[in-house]
Design a protein around this ligand. Structure first.
Ligand SMILES: Cc1cc2nc3c(=O)[nH]c(=O)nc-3n(C[C@H](O)[C@H](O)[C@H](O)COP(=O)(O)O)c2cc1C
Length: 214
């Protein structure tokens, strides 16, 4: 079956096996939006710090507290982040907020393994307390994670890395919803990724009570 061009979708029904991998990527990243960005910091086994963003990123469970990140291969080889997680069993997730957007983008470059993206982006490094990983000291919210499981995704050139969040660092000046552990979103100012190089910021926040069915 020949791949259909992007113009060939007039009937509004696209069978995903009929389009190219590039067009599947474009559709997926345009429709699953906005995606949170897990900005992952790791150490190599030689102790070099590494930092890179991943928007195939999601919250998966609360007990144990699990997050998942899907890391693509590069030229058939694991990216530095995946190799480091395999070697150390650890990573930190730095929540990307508005003031850090450009620094986050800088760290997405394809740097050699011995290049410290913290230095490239001018970010201060600190060491996690419970896992063998660095984190962005100025990041308002950070999760310290231990590798829970690595999952192959069929023939996909991606590996799903599940991390158990052992500790969370929240900058004390962040506001909370009174009486809860909800970090006030306007105080956090998270950034979401759309497709390609576009990002979304918080707009109007609307509260909606759940239906009372029991
Ligand atoms: C906002 C953003 C989100 C990204 N999301 C992913 C992702 O989910 N999976 C992935 O493999 N690469 C993703 N990338 C590309 C990686 O950040 C890039 O390949 C980086 O060089 C990997 O670094 P590393 O080799 O140090 O691990 C993303 C890039 C940007 C800018």
């Amino acid at each position: 079956m020949t791949a259909r061009s992007p113009e060939a979708w007039e009937d509004g029904f696209i069978r995903t096996r009929d389009i190219s991998y590039k067009h599947r990527y474009q559709l997926l990243t345009a429709l699953v939006v906005p995606r949170p960005i897990g900005w992952l910091s790791t150490f190599s086994k030689e102790g070099n710090a590494n930092l890179a963003p991943f928007s195939y990123f999601a919250a998966l469970a609360d007990t144990p507290m699990l997050v998942g990140v899907s890391i693509g291969l590069r030229d058939g080889q694991p990216k530095d982040t995946l190799r480091n997680i395999r070697d150390t069993g650890a990573f930190c997730v730095n929540v990307v907020t508005e003031p850090q957007l450009e620094a986050m983008n800088t760290t997405s470059g394809d740097y050699p393994p011995d290049i410290d993206e913290f230095e490239v982006a001018g970010l201060p490094t600190a060491r996690a307390a419970l896992v063998d990983a660095p984190y962005v000291e100025t990041c308002p919210a950070v999760m310290e994670c231990r590798l829970f499981k690595e999952v192959e995704l069929g023939v996909a050139a991606n590996r799903l890395v599940l991390g158990e969040v052992l500790a969370v660092r929240v900058r004390p000046d962040l506001r909370r919803v009174p009486g809860t552990y909800h970090v006030n979103a306007n105080s956090l100012r998270p950034v979401g990724r759309l497709y390609s190089d576009s990002y979304a910021f918080l707009g109007e926040i609307k509260a909606l009570a759940r239906p009372e069915t029991r």
